[in-house]
Design a protein around this ligand. Structure first.
Ligand code: ADP
Length: 335
């Protein structure tokens, strides 16, 4: 499948009262049709700005946003309207119309598009069924829980039969259990309806759970982009390392010793790496910390180890782990 989006050297500079602020700097990336693409970064990194360039809610200051190969900036008003109809969005705050019932909310984009009443009711009912809220048709949003409100927003987003669904911190206001349910729903929608999904989040767990690929953005700059498993098992940029590995509170006990991190995937979690090291090389290490996490349903483990003082020993231990197929990296302090 081809690319739904291609961003080429995108810059965005805000100008207010003579002050300038560049929120996106030279961002280039592509999103493949059918994938779930995550954009992660800390607050203020530029994620919302980036997502708003994807439907031209935000004009770029330089560079191009291509949607199915077409430069969004070049579209005529009528073309832009059509394109926007194929791009749905959901938000952290749900953005439901509070004076309208659930089904009226779902009908809204169809009403705007001029779909006749009977047809749009039918469509809205179908969408409510997908999100599991067919019983709530006549209820007003105030009577719904946060998770239910987001389901209504998702039904409304789907009603337009979009090609892509943009999710801007869509689960940030929800507790972990409800977040999990909404993410499962999004995954099912992606698989069954072949809708490309772009998820903006500051939460690692969201990306780990459902994204195929992820872009890490820091201070308006794209720090890293790649397959979620690769980025999370061997992050290359400092921004990615900061997100993936909690900052390490330990320091080597003396100036000669060294700390390394080994990362292994869950299929090998039962292998006794440390015991093997001792058996094969006679060298010992101290385990400083260890933990596991799940990325796309696959467990990953990581350990921070302190190596002995001798440089030759350090090299042979690192070589042993590398040859065993583990990702080995030096632990540096990130903060
Ligand atoms: P994120 O979504 O990652 O939290 P945003 O894209 O909302 O980040 O914001 C990125 C940066 O751009 C922030 O420093 C923010 O203050 C600034 N910014 C966002 N919108 C505007 C605006 N309309 N005018 C000026 N600065 C803005």
């Amino acid at each position: 499948m081809g690319n739904i989006y291609e961003l080429e050297h995108v810059y965005k500079t805000y100008r207010n009262d003579g002050k300038e602020f560049t929120a996106l700097k030279d961002v280039s990336l592509s999103v493949e049709e059918g994938e779930i693409f995550g954009i992660i970064g800390m607050s203020g990194a530029g994620k919302s700005t980036l997502v708003r360039t994807l439907n031209r809610l935000e004009e770029v200051s330089d560079g191009k946003v291509l949607y199915y190969g077409k430069d969004l900036a070049e579209l005529k008003a009528s073309e832009l309207r059509k394109v926007r109809h194929s791009i749905s969005m959901i938000f952290q705050g749900f953005n439901l119309l509070l004076q309208r019932t659930v089904i009226e909310n779902v009908e809204e984009p169809l009403r705007i598009a001029g779909v006749p009443r009977k047809k749009r009711k039918e469509k809205a009912r179908e969408m409510l069924k997908i999100v599991g809220l067919e019983e709530k048709e006549t209820v007003y949003p105030a009577r719904l829980s946060g998770g239910q409100k987001q389901r209504v927003a998702i039904a409304r987003a789907l009603a337009a039969d979009p090609k892509v669904l943009l999710c801007d911190e869509a689960t940030s206001a929800l507790d972990p259990k409800i977040t999990g349910e909404i993410l499962e729903l999004l995954k099912r929608i992606n698989e069954e309806r072949k809708i490309t999904i772009i998820i903006i989040t500051h939460e690692m767990s969201v990306v780990e759970k459902i994204c195929d690929r992820v872009a890490i953005i820091e201070n308006g700059v794209l720090a890293e982009v790649g397959n979620v498993r690769e980025v999370f098992s061997s992050p290359k940029s400092d921004a990615a390392k900061k997100l993936v590995f909690p900052s390490n509170p330990f320091e080597p006990t003396n100036t000669e010793s060294r700390l390394i991190r080994i990362v292994f995937d869950g299929t090998r979690a039962s292998e006794p790496f440390i015991a093997n090291l001792v058996e094969k090389t006679g060298k010992k290490v101290s385990i400083i910390s260890a933990n596991t996490r799940s990325v796309g349903g696959i467990g990953y483990g990581q350990m921070v180890l302190e190596l002995p003082d001798n440089e030759g020993d350090q090299e042979s231990i690192i070589e042993f782990f590398s040859k065993s197929g583990l990702v080995v990296s030096e632990v540096t302090k990130y903060e």
